[in-house]
Design a protein. Structure first.
Length: 246
């Protein structure tokens, strides 16, 4: 199998690359940090995988299209993990715009060219990384939650729209998983999970063509429960859980 992964230099992306390498096949990976990306590529090669690692800005539409088409010409892609993403930090205008540009724009720049490639062959799988945070409004991280909500809805809608064309789509909604994003968190992180365990769950369920890969289940249940509350109750719960957040 030939697998392509964006955001592969750390966190879930790196763990997905290494776990995919254990299975063999060809890997195309990209990230923003050359040293970290090269380290991941080295681990994958040590496991016997053939790897091409490139520094690509997922927010650059033209660069992403060139990279994706170049990779596919080298070895036809079977599965794509649109995984690259950033946290917002302080909700400044610059940070908010960057969050949307990378999380939403970067995913769109990955998925749309891939759909074209897969349509020519009548097969392929796209796995989009969203988040449990995308289940509803979160005042602690408005921009991040909004981008992940967008990806969750878009991905699940694409799943239905592309199924007849032989293109499978899954959406991943993980809870707190070790990454450079969670390393910066100061808030409580219930049911915290190591990236390696998350990657194993994602790959197993992607192999089964599971539409919504949301875990761990207590976080999924709690987030779903909050999402169906009337807005006033949702806001009340938010004030109780995060009393010092604006």
């Amino acid at each position: 199998m030939t697998t392509l992964i964006t955001g592969a230099s750390s966190g879930i992306g790196a763990a997905l690359a290494i776990e995919s390498a254990r299975r063999g096949g060809r890997l195309f990976i990209c990230g923003r940090d050359k040293a970290r990306l090269d380290a991941v590529a080295g681990k994958c090669r040590d496991l016997g995988a053939t790897v091409r690692a490139d520094i690509v800005d997922v927010a650059d539409e033209a660069a992403m299209r060139r990279w994706l088409e170049s990779c596919d010409a080298e070895s036809p892609i079977d599965r794509v993990f649109a995984n690259a993403g950033v946290s917002t930090g302080e909700e400044t205008e610059a940070n908010v715009r960057r969050t949307f540009a990378v999380n939403v724009g970067g995913t769109v720049n990955t998925v749309l060219p891939v759909i074209e490639l897969f349509r020519r062959r009548g097969r392929g799988q796209i796995v989009i990384t969203a988040s449990i945070a995308g289940y509803g409004p979160l005042k602690a991280c408005p921009s991040y939650a909004a981008t992940k909500s967008c990806l969750k809805t878009w991905g699940l809608s694409l799943r239905g729209a592309l199924a007849r064309e032989g293109i499978r789509v899954s959406v991943v909604c993980p809870g707190f998983v070790r990454s450079r994003i969670t390393d910066k968190n100061t808030c409580p992180m219930p049911f915290f999970m190591e990236a390696e365990k998350a990657a194993a769950i994602i790959l197993t369920r992607a192999d089964r063509n599971t539409g919504l890969i949301a875990f761990p289940w207590p976080m999924r249940l709690a987030s779903w429960g909050l999402s169906i509350l009337p807005q006033r109750l949702n806001e009340l719960v938010g004030r109780v859980l995060l009393p010092n957040k604006a």
